[in-house]
Design a protein around this ligand. Structure first.
Ligand code: ADP
Ligand code: MG
Length: 248
């Protein structure tokens, strides 16, 4: 199957059979997916379908009842293997992201980097440039708009070069007016960084706009996976079609 000495390329993130029950109810049901470095996958589905629970299992703040999670081929959850959250190389961004109010923009971005890490200042400068916040480096969060705070939060999450970024409805706190621009900017930054991204959303528009692959979730299961327009044009069933008909 492969020549000796040649390694099979593992996806950045590989999940198989992930299942989580709360009080006998399966909230995440046999979820399997894989994401390559540089790829943005959107877990898309209505409120309550199990998206955030799935992310929490990957982040390591909750444990599955069954299934495995591998990062670059190494088990982080598999039988007894349980790598703690801080050793998973995973960055997180949530809707109610909070910047540290007493720290400057630059200090916020530097926060996740060891104080004596080589190239720390360069990394902060690079990220501030990437998110267009260089001239705001010495400001404090209260001096920034919502969109600017969002950019800083993205830079902060990416500073330690996470292998995987998990984003849970990260744009839902923003004005409608801002949201499309921030989505596009965020996507450009994620692509430039080349990390693997799993972005959770209940908005088809957002998934269509940002995803390389959409994972359509319902009642804890992934019911369809594919490229955005493939899914949009060939919904697997009537509920999937109805879900996408909200698209505007
Ligand atoms: P989504 O993010 O797609 O809106 P969630 O993953 O937050 O959905 O929740 C999926 C279902 O699991 C919901 O019915 C929710 O009430 C339930 N749930 C989530 N966390 C818990 C928990 N810790 N205990 C019991 N039920 C939970
Ligand atoms: Mg949620």
């Amino acid at each position: 199957m492969f020549q000796s000495g040649m390694k099979i390329m593992e996806p950045r993130l590989r999940i198989e059979g992930l299942t989580r029950r709360f009080g006998g109810r399966e909230v995440v049901r046999d979820v399997s997916l894989s994401i390559e470095a540089g790829q943005v996958s959107c877990l898309l589905g209505p409120s309550g379908c199990g998206k955030s629970t799935t992310l929490r299992l990957i982040a390591g703040v909750d444990w599955p009842d069954a299934g495995s999670i591998h990062v670059d081929g190494a088990p982080i959850v598999d039988g007894r293997a349980r790598v703690p959250p801080e050793e998973r190389g995973i960055g997180l961004m949530f809707q109610d992201f909070a910047l540290f109010p007493h720290l400057t923009v630059a200090q916020n971005v530097a926060f996740g980097l060891p104080r004596k890490a080589a190239g720390r200042d360069e990394r902060v400068r690079e990220l501030l440039g990437r998110v267009g916040m260089t001239r705001h480096a010495e400001k404090h969060p209260h001096e920034l708009s919502g969109g600017e705070q969002q950019r800083v939060a993205l830079a902060r999450a990416l500073a330690p070069r996470p292998r995987i970024m998990l984003m849970d409805e990260p744009f839902s706190g923003l004005d409608d007016r801002l949201r499309d621009d921030i989505r596009d900017e965020t996507l450009a930054v994620l692509k430039a960084e080349g990390t693997a991204v799993l972005l959770v959303t209940h908005e088809p528009t957002e998934a269509m706009r940002m995803a390389d692959e959409i994972l359509l979730m319902r009642d804890g299961r992934i019911v369809q996976a594919g490229a955005p327009y493939t899914i949009y044009n060939n919904p697997v069933d009537l509920p999937a079609a109805a879900f996408f008909s909200d698209l505007n």
